[in-house]
Design a protein around this ligand. Sequence first.
Ligand SMILES: [Fe+2]
Length: 265
Amino acid sequence: MSFSIEILPAFNNNYAFVVSDHDLGLAMVVDPGDGEVVSRELKKRDLYPALILCTHHHPDHVGGNETLQQEYDVPVLGPAKEKALIPGISRGVEHKDVVTFSTLRGDVLETHGHTDGSVSYYFPQLKALFCGDTLFTLGCGRLIEGNSQQMWESLKLLKSLPDDTMIYCGHEYGELNAAFAVMVDKENVELRVRAAEITTLRKQGKLTVPTLLGTEKRCNPFLRADDPEFRKSLAKQRVAPEDADAAAVFGKLRSAKDRFGQKGL
Ligand SMILES: [Fe+2]
């Protein structure tokens, strides 16, 4: 079986994803905020959607569910905790559930924080994680419904995945996130290199998604709230006291990011 993952830009900075099984002519769609964009792609590539996965209930991730269901007989899976908020949902999924598409098996991971029920989908065979608005390139989602403890637990869970996992996040926030990351983590040489790469990519009109988890573990400040050296530096900058626990350090960083730029999530 050969699979490919297409990234479909929608609205201002959203991404939906189409995973296709070329042999069967079938597709799995992730977070179709804009149904028209996804439908056009499916037609262009002569694919039938077998499954829609939703990470959380925000309209820019689920707004196209019913548009696609009007055209195709396709089930929608999404977090069980947000079942009442997800249009067209057929089945709610929970932590450690398994979703299947063709020969692929995906693990459902509970990644609450951005919303109360957000989930991520990890497909080991693809080395791919679809995490909605939980983890971004050099950033993470805002705490819209959850708290810093919940989000830190979610990020720790994602950090436990293999370094060669590609992260397919729901928005293009790479450039703004890189600017914040470099500001709070000035000593991080690899981060500077990654930030420069992101600037170049954006200048060329290219995407900063997907991003490699291994790089994120070393460069994304929100994944490094438990790193002793980084915590020393944050204490010197008066972002968070050195003796605070990792979830509290994460919370201070997230608040600083909220103040830094209003544009991203
Ligand atoms: Fe969201």
